[in-house]
Design a protein around this ligand. Sequence first.
Ligand code: HAM
Length: 422
Amino acid sequence: MSSAHQPVQGMSDIAAPEIRLWQRVEAVAREVLARYGFEELRTPIVEFESVFTRSLGATTDVVQKEMYVFEKGGRHLALRPEGTAGVMRYAAGLAPGEAEGARWYYFGPMFRSERPQAGRRRQFHQCGVECLEPPSPLVDAEVLALQVDLLRAWGLGDCVVRLNTRGAGGETAAVTAGLRAALQPHQADLCDNCRRRFSENVLRVLDCKTEGCRTVVAGLPPVTDFMSTASRDYLAQVAGHLDALGVACRMDPLLVRGLDYYEHTIWEITSEALGAQNAMSGGGRYRIQIGGRELTGVGFAIGLERVISVLQTLGRTSALLPAPPPLVWLVGLGEQAIQGNLALMQQLRAAGLACRMAPGGSLKSQMRAADKSGAAWAVIRGDDELTQGLAALKDLAAGRQESVPLDRLADELIRRAAASRQ
Ligand code: HAM
């Protein structure tokens, strides 16, 4: 069903007053990201489909079921379902020395054609980072600490971090074989989806939410048993560095992550305030082949709709939002008064004040507009007052009104606005 005034299902307009929270969340994040040496990178929303199918993995849910793909001029294109692949496509076009060590962040819309439900959108927004350093437990821990720092700066430092490893890239075959062997006797107890996953993407059986699969999985050895000692040491070092960085986390041997490009460290951060779709963000170390190059890095992405939702559910929005600057509303009756108000409006805005006026109407309707706007003060002048060189200045909250000489009006408002900010 479509309706002329509604957006596509699972996509939303973001308007005032909520948009102010979005802007603030972004501004706070940019400050934190700059402290860690990250620069913004803006990549296109549309990429060649192959950018995603090759890097996320052909058997992942995102590629198999959720991508918006279309053909234009014989080219197979896709709306980006996530940010990492596009960033790697950009990095692959740089000289090797330029890409290595790069630290980028991005904000923007992502698209996944999922069945819309609480917390699952078809257009959603991510704040993500990618750090193109070769495998290093120290870098992984630093990037995870950055993520926790971001959440803290938004007032969400009490989220739960779950940590695990995928093992070194070369160990995938051994892990897959080990898991299949352990699951083999229990195949009949798995859900339909997991029976398919058993051959296609056996790791995903570990994070299946179905009761029967959870019981089977609870009896399996941890995946780290199928990995090398070096991979287990790598994870232990990440945990040690996180400890030194003051980041609390919980080891979760069942954490898998839904994308194929990961190796070594993976993590997810959840909030109980979110309900069923409780992942606020996820990340990890990855290796991606693109444009004849192999790129390796570590990063994460935070779902901004989910951050906003948690802030609202926990009543933490006001701590993040600064008080809006006081507004002056100019009311003018008669041509000369309106001309005078236009000049005053420019003067006040140039001095950093917020200032508005109605395009016309009676004194009553202009005053109603002033009240509705939440303005702190109204300046009222009619042609009569002008002949006396005066305007009425009304404090709308207190309901007090006084006459102020026109040549002192701007200074008086600037003084009052400064005093109200202290
Ligand atoms: P992801 O776990 O697929 O990872 O998504 C990251 C976050 O985006 C999720 O934790 C969630 O908050 C949000 N998210 C995902 N799908 C939806 C949806 N349908 N509706 C609302 N929010 C959603 C990635 O995208 C990786 N690229 C992260 C990464 C970067 N790993 C390394 N670098």
